[in-house]
Design a protein around this ligand. Structure first.
Ligand SMILES: [Zn+2]
Length: 156
């Protein structure tokens, strides 16, 4: 990422690398548990965030507990968060690039969270998962094919 863009993202007070990294882990957890896609829309802010998924129902309390447990388990593993660059053609085969802007260039930046998750992204992230703190789902609701999960992070 170029320095100018980096500074621009960093100067946005609402931008929170912890929250943003938690979103990656939540998405991968949803994909693994329910075989749904990653969130197609989200709103990530420091205090609380929300992610929307194409789904067919609301989550049960038990499922919410399981998601909380799994996301926190990954955080506690203290996995390294690293960036890798792929040529666009190679990235196309491995990842869903539909959320990348058209002018993203020939190299695609992929954020890897240990062996748990890999996802094209241009945002800022923590360098290891323990920095995220602990993850908690506040609520979930379902309407017209969209499951919305609201969550926050608890830091000591
Ligand atoms: Zn990201």
């Amino acid at each position: 990422m170029n320095e100018e863009l980096y500074q621009e993202i960093k100067s946005n007070k609402q931008y929170n690398p912890q929250m943003h990294s938690a979103e990656h882990i939540l998405n991968q957890t949803m994909v693994r548990m329910f075989n749904c896609g990653r969130s197609f829309s989200n709103h990530i802010e420091k205090k609380k965030s929300k992610c929307d998924y194409h789904f067919d129902r609301n989550l049960t309390e038990e499922e919410i507990n399981l998601i909380n447990h799994k996301v926190n388990e990954v955080i506690q593993l203290n996995l390294n968060v690293v960036e890798e660059f792929y040529q666009k053609d190679e990235a196309k085969e491995k990842f869903n690039l539909s959320k990348l802007p058209e002018d993203a260039g020939e190299k695609v930046r992929v954020i890897k969270i240990g062996e748990y998750d890999a996802c094209p992204c241009s945002g800022l992230h923590v360098s290891s998962t323990k920095e995220i703190g602990s993850f908690k789902i506040l609520s979930s609701d379902f309407k017209e094919g969209v499951l919305r999960i609201r969550f926050k992070l608890l830091n000591e």
